[in-house]
Ligand binder design. Structure first.
Ligand SMILES: Cc1cc2nc3c(=O)[nH]c(=O)nc-3n(C[C@H](O)[C@H](O)[C@H](O)COP(=O)(O)OP(=O)(O)OC[C@H]3O[C@@H](n4cnc5c(N)ncnc54)[C@H](O)[C@@H]3O)c2cc1C
Length: 557
């Protein structure tokens, strides 16, 4: 690692050292004299505020997840749904093996199923006593056909990494886990088309593809747990949407079991097919409300031959936008990710991972940017990135930075972005808002929310309930993640944030859900983004294909 002496830095010197180190140093640091004069003013983070008032809480930490039905007493179980009976169990036992059923009995001992009833944020908890894990599409068809006839509500579940309370029951819905439907079906290295079961873990699919010189066209922090079917059901965006587009474009076909048990397949995988409505799109992003995705056919991408990752520091959000415009223009076809993080998100992450992953820069700055390039020619990409960074430094838009020089460093730089969700959640809870906003307004949401939390006397050191409201996200896609990290979940925080956040987003003509979906959290707020006619059309569709409403009730619409 080459460290530049900050006091000695003059831009011209810096650039020459930087240039040399691109070829000879293991981990290049960028810096500029500008940062020396500014860094002291950046050190201050949270101003401690005196605590006042009591906080109504419903959870004291990660191990005490309260039932969703208790936290939201206004949401009632719909008695149109049948309660599970011994006859139902008998039926499921007749079509499934012992390994495909988890049943706790109707007593109170639900702990065995906590993994399935509780969501990743430990914010929502259902009361299901039954998890079905069928090993074949035919069995899923039999299960749904039966549940539809008997009016038993069902929650499809993939890796259970969802962030809006969509993947866990609200009451006693049966959980249908795709965990056992996890085979790669086929891969064609000529077309790059992969066909697989919905329950294949995203990282496993990607590893398989890498062995065949390809990559999955989507990557996200939950890749070690989330399923290929789950990411389709949520239309997850992730870190490389900028380069490879959304799943609405790369998914070529789906196999879906409808609520009545019918199996509908478009797995034939044609890149061009203009014969009628593109029905698969209905299920991409439907969050399991219209059917269960059992198979996915997707266009994958050739594995890049050269990848560069740089981690840069800038002085303000204006500079983030300037670097983005410049990167699009100058890095053009090799730009594969452009992520930004504010100082507070990095401070939270430091507490969580700095012991194992040293922070790549010496100082703290107001904003950070992670740029990834992927291309087919290392020399060409290096030269392009070098020219870009030189000029960004020269014009003093970028004030510090580092470039990964090997795979380990590359992974470490990505960690500083990918670990923000976990770092925001791990101290008690997190209120997550994943929104689309015009780029010029993107960060203003974080500022107004911080102001609002201070005014409400909720933000500060313990025993104040809010640790920090941080902003980061996929600038390239106009997608901000606002995470309000808390010491506990509390109605007071929730009511301060909602519908305030949605009103603000709506006033800027944004979307209240850029990529995480609606789930339970945003069900009642869809009208902030969608018009009445659009909502009616969605409800009509739902009624038509799921007339008994058994699929993932109390959510989405
Ligand atoms: C650390 C972390 C980082 C994340 N980063 C991103 C990110 O960058 N971008 C992004 O978009 N999202 C992100 N997410 C959230 C993302 O939505 C989920 O990770 C993923 O898309 C859900 O997949 P899953 O298999 O876990 O589905 P689950 O969480 O199990 O389910 C999600 C929804 O899909 C439904 N569902 C699941 N499988 C099926 C199926 N086979 N058929 C029908 N319905 C189904 C469920 O009923 C539920 O409504 C992140 C989550 C975490 C925890």
């Amino acid at each position: 690692m080459l460290k530049l002496s900050r006091t000695a830095v003059k831009n011209c010197k810096l650039l020459s050292v930087f240039k040399r180190s691109l070829t000879c140093s293991p981990n290049v640091r960028l810096s500029s004299s500008l940062l020396v004069s500014n860094c002291n003013s950046i050190k201050k983070t949270f101003t401690p505020i005196n605590c006042a008032g009591s906080i109504r809480s419903y959870s004291n930490g990660p191990n005490a997840v309260k039932l969703t039905s208790e936290v939201y007493p206004n949401v009632h179980r719909n008695n149109h749904y049948k309660k599970l009976s011994s006859d139902d169990l008998e039926y499921f036992n007749s079509i499934l093996s012992k390994q495909e059923i988890m049943y706790t009995g109707t007593g109170n001992n639900l702990q065995e199923l906590d993994l399935y009833n509780e969501d990743w944020m430990k914010k929502y908890k259902g009361q299901s006593h039954l998890v079905l894990k069928p090993k074949s599409v035919e069995k899923i068809s039999l299960i749904l056909n039966y549940c539809n006839e008997e009016k038993l509500a069902v929650v499809p579940q993939g890796g259970n990494t969802d962030l809006v309370g969509a993947s866990v029951p609200v009451f006693d819905e049966i959980i249908l886990s795709l965990n056992n439907l996890n085979q790669i079906r086929e891969f064609d290295p000529v077309s790059g088309i992969l066909k697989c079961d919905a329950g294949v873990i995203l990282e496993n699919a990607d590893n398989y593809l890498r062995e065949h010189d390809h990559i999955f066209p989507l990557d996200l922090g939950a890749k070690g747990s989330c399923h290929v079917g789950g990411v389709c059901a949520t239309n997850a965006g992730g870190l490389r949407l900028l380069r490879y587009g959304s799943l609405h474009g790369s998914v070529l076909g789906l196999e879906v079991v409808m609520p009545n048990g019918d199996i509908v397949s478009s797995m034939h995988s044609l890149r061009k097919d203009n014969t009628g409505y593109d029905l698969k799109q209905l299920f991409i992003g439907a969050e399991g409300t219209l059917g269960i995705i059992t198979g996915v056919s997707i266009l994958t991408q050739p594995k890049p031959q050269a990848i560069n990752v740089s981690f840069l520091a800038v002085q303000n959000y204006e500079a983030v936008q300037k670097v983005f415009v410049k990167a699009k223009k100058e890095l053009a076809e090799i730009l594969s990710a452009f992520e930004f993080m504010d100082q507070r998100s990095i401070q939270l992450t430091k507490k969580h991972i700095e012991k194992d992953t040293p922070f790549p820069l010496e100082e703290e700055y107001p904003f950070y940017i992670l740029i990834e390039t992927s291309g087919s020619n290392k020399a060409h990409d290096d030269a392009k990135l070098e020219t870009f960074l030189e000029s960004a430094m020269e014009s003093e838009i970028v004030i510090d930075g580092t470039i990964a020089q090997d795979e380990t460093e590359l992974q470490n730089l990505w960690k500083w972005r990918e670990m923000i969700p976990e770092s925001s959640q791990c101290q008690g809870g997190v209120y997550k808002y994943d929104v689309s906003l015009p780029l010029k307004d993107l960060y203003s949401l974080v500022e107004v929310v911080n102001k609002k939390l201070v005014e409400a006397d909720l933000l500060g050191s313990a025993p104040k309930p809010v640790i920090a409201a941080v902003g980061y996200g996929h600038v390239g896609d106009g997608n901000l993640h606002l995470n309000v990290a808390t010491r506990l979940y509390s109605k007071e925080i929730e009511c301060t944030l909602e519908p305030f956040v949605y009103e603000y987003v709506s006033s800027k003509h944004g979307s209240i859900s850029a990529e995480h979906g609606l789930g339970f959290q945003k069900k009642n707020y869809i009208s902030y983004t969608k018009s009445e006619p659009e909502i009616k059309m969605m409800k009509d569709l739902k009624k038509h294909y799921d007339s008994n409403g058994i699929m993932n009730p109390y959510k989405f619409i």
